[in-house]
Design a protein around this ligand. Structure first.
Ligand SMILES: NC(=O)c1ccc[n+]([C@@H]2O[C@H](COP(=O)([O-])OP(=O)(O)OC[C@H]3O[C@@H](n4cnc5c(N)ncnc54)[C@H](OP(=O)(O)O)[C@@H]3O)[C@@H](O)[C@H]2O)c1
Length: 312
């Protein structure tokens, strides 16, 4: 199976589906579930310093490559420079510590990642984002770090601070992304579109898994899933339809599972077609009228949420 990829602004390609090991059972079973994700065809693994499993991530990729005859370089690996334990309210990384911190990740992973993200805007010391970024650019120029550079949970003000000074502009912004945060995200999405910065989603299944009722997009997703099941002969559920909605928007989907059957379903989405434009637009226009966010602490500081209902 050819794994779908998307181009990034630095000329590299990124697999459009990633399995992350920062949440839920996927985090608890990072090694076994990571190996299974690769075995069933997922080619992008998302980890972070803050998940405290970079070593296990590197080891599970090495074992999965060996067991499945996968060529070196075929697995795309993302890590993130984090605040302590990945919690944005914990201390970040000082300018003096940064090189050492990056080297620590390289050592734990046992390989060069393909993408390194600043996990949230609170990782660099306040007012030092540009200096922080310049150190990463210098590590790239020296060949010490070969990864693409990106960011996560960046708000409009973070891009305004960083973008005028970049030699290597961020290639992605990884954020909670689904129909119920689109209205809130619009100002940041506008900046990203202008600068060719791709969206990576996390928490993309929140409308179905975390919203109290699923809200008004749930029946639309169930309808799409029923049609895709009929057309493909596979068992497509609403969660898979929501992943396809994200991919149809040109988003790199970072999802997770610690359950073997669901990991296979996530991989299966790679073989399914994009949604029709009508389906994508309908889900989006209904979703935009709601505001529901699962990960408040990552994005909402000094970036207020819109005054919209949580449900229809
Ligand atoms: N940059 C950041 O600040 C940030 C923040 C949060 C997350 N992340 C990254 O994004 C990854 C995913 O985050 P997330 O957990 O919020 O993503 P998500 O895609 O919203 O949810 C993943 C959850 O969906 C469940 N699931 C998977 N397939 C399903 C299906 N077909 N039907 C029903 N449930 C299904 C899984 O539970 P089971 O295990 O029970 O299958 C899993 O816990 C993390 O692991 C991490 O790598 C990044």
């Amino acid at each position: 199976m050819a794994v779908p990829t998307l181009p990034l602004s630095d000329g590299t390609q990124i697999p459009s589906l990633a399995w992350g090991n920062g949440t839920g059972d996927a985090k608890k079973t990072a090694t076994e579930s990571g190996r299974l994700a690769i075995k069933v065809g997922i080619r992008h693994i998302d980890t972070a310093q803050g998940y405290e499993n970079e070593k296990e991530t590197g080891e599970s990729i090495a074992i999965a490559e060996k067991d499945n005859g996968i060529k070196a370089g075929e697995i795309y690996l993302t890590t993130k420079l984090s605040t302590e334990k990945g919690d944005p309210t914990n201390p970040g990384i000082s300018l003096e510590e940064l090189r050492h911190s990056v080297r620590g990740s390289l050592q734990r992973l046992g390989r060069q990642p393909n993408l390194v993200l600043i996990h949230n805007p609170f990782v660099p010391p306040k007012g030092k984002l540009v200096e922080f970024w310049k150190i990463l650019e210098e590590m790239k120029d020296k060949g010490e770090l070969t990864a693409s550079l990106g960011v996560s949970n960046f708000r409009p003000q973070d891009f305004e601070e960083l973008l005028p000074h970049c030699k290597y502009p961020p290639v992605v912004n990884q954020l909670e992304y689904h129909p119920y945060v689109l209205t809130h995200l619009q100002p940041v999405l506008d900046i990203m579109e202008k600068h060719n910065i791709r969206v990576e989603s996390y928490g993309g299944l929140s409308p179905l898994l975390r919203h109290p009722t699923g809200g008004p997009i749930k029946p639309l997703l169930e309808k799409v899933a029923a049609r895709l099941s009929k057309e493909s002969g596979k068992d497509v559920d609403a969660a898979m339809a929501l992943i396809l909605w994200q991919r149809s928007k040109g988003v790199v989907v970072v999802t997770a599972s610690g359950n073997a059957e669901r990991i296979e379903k996530l991989s299966l989405t790679q073989e399914l077609p994009d949604l029709t434009k009508e389906d994508v637009d309908e889900i989006e226009s209904v979703g935009r009228k709601i505001h529901y966010r699962a990960y408040d602490e990552h994005m909402c500081v000094d970036f207020p949420a819109p005054d919209l209902p949580k449900d229809a």
